[in-house]
Design a protein around this ligand. Sequence first.
Ligand SMILES: O=C(O)CCC(=O)C(=O)O
Length: 257
Amino acid sequence: MAEAPLPELLIRRDLEPTRIPLRIEAPDVDAGEQAGAASDSHGVSELDASSWCDYTTGFIRDPEGLLEELITEVKWEQSEIWRYDHAVPERRLGAHLRFSDLNPALRQTALHLSAHYRVRFTDATALYYRNGNDFQGRHSDRSLKWLDNTLVAGLVLGDSRPFQLRPRRDWRDPVARADARHDVVLFPGKGDLLVMGGACQREWVHGVPETTSHEPRISVIWRWTSRNGRPDTAPSYREGRHYSDSTNRPGPRSRRV
Ligand SMILES: O=C(O)CCC(=O)C(=O)O
């Protein structure tokens, strides 16, 4: 009997990710060293770290082709998020991708991630930043709820925009929130794979700030939690407040574009 042909490999599964250590102790940096390059290992304590980041450049063999395919094939939706007492449109488009609907390159990526990190990655979320005006504000993926040991893997296509990681510290303090001295800034794009792990969603926030770019960027995100430790029960502004004189009701909404 003739052997079935092997599926074409659309990913570089032979590549080993680079573990990027995040700064855990506050290094003695001046303003000139802000937005620290990830390669600057001053003050890094990888051994004590509970948070880490894996970075693989050039993971997708045809990143431009995949970008074009996703821009045209995915059923993009405009969603609104709840901010305190009213809904505002998110400045990017999104889509939920079921594992059964993933195209071959994304399916291979999910299978590779599952094999490498030994947990099951299936459905994904795709985010489409049409140009530099679209952005993702700093946040952590607290919807995972159990944040002590999580994996958030992002395949990034298109524009290599800054991906900003900042220690969470005291998030209620506006001065601490704006402190960029210990930022780690990566530039994933063009088929790179970025995986945040450990306590990264508990101890760090991440975001994709606005730029002046005209280029599109798509990230495809898989998330997993070990469900170990204490669940995060702090309220989020997304949950909203309902004031008695307002007809607005909190809750996510989205519409097809
Ligand atoms: O687009 C990205 O790379 C980040 C997306 C993100 O932060 C998120 O969906 O939580």
